[in-house]
Design a protein around this ligand. Sequence first.
Ligand SMILES: [Zn+2]
Length: 327
Amino acid sequence: MSSALPTFLEPLGDGLWAIDTGFHRDRFDAAYLAVESGRAAFVDTGTAFAVPRLLAALEALGISRSAVDFVIATHVHLDHAGGVGQLMQALPDARLVVHPRGARHMIDPIALWQGALEVYGAAQMARAYGELLPVAAERVHATADGETIHLATRPLVFAHTPGHALHHHCIWDARSAAWFTGDNFGMAYPEFNVDGRAFIFPTTTPVQFDPEAMRASIARLLAASPRQMFLTHYSRVTDVADCARRLGHMLDATVETALAHREAPDRLETLTAALVALYRDAARAFGVALPVARITELLQDDAALNAAGLIAWLDRPARAAAAPARA
Ligand SMILES: [Zn+2]
């Protein structure tokens, strides 16, 4: 075990580490490692390209590959679960723990690949995500809502949390009084932190965004009185109550922006620009002192993804049927 940890491995206390998967840019996409009494679990993996870092993290901490009992996917979007197949191949005794709606996509990733292809296109898929490998069905455990699994003696409780995606669960770790929130408690760029406080905004990625479900899921997370949250994008947030309040406002504003542009001729372009403006102005009001051009640059990809997810929500048949007619 070397004395200096690799720079992509950040200790969080309570036997937890954040691993910067390197996806897209530094400190954008997190996986986590939990260690208890010599046994270990990963929470999320990043893409296939992140797997060498995950294995290097084990090595740096002196943990053998056969000590990993669980690979937990918060949800099966490829920036968090794209590397599951490769990682499972490297961990002989691990079980994959996944939401029941995500399980079949991990066993047979073809549909997942094709769905992502529609969102990202072939070139970005090859460059950013790499190959998707299947996981043998007998190694996959689908969670029940409220289920507890034990990492050695440490309980981890799963809550099914729709809103960002229907195949999403969050994981409560009582030891750290924290949720692994996946993408259901917003995203926070470290570049936007002001005096240690996170600027937080929702992630409404296609194709299952549901604002009412997201609000309900956030309320459920808060009911546990968490001391901290572990976000995929990116990492630990400690000012939980303040973040929740501001996230709620940003979610409302995001939905209002989508409704305001629902009839725009080029909705994706128009809504993307409107969201960039919304988040940029909010970030500046929050105190983010980066140049406006840099703020805009950092937001661009997520604003475009959020816009695509909002359009999928606007166009969802059930929603269209339920929506009140507007003058
Ligand atoms: Zn996601």
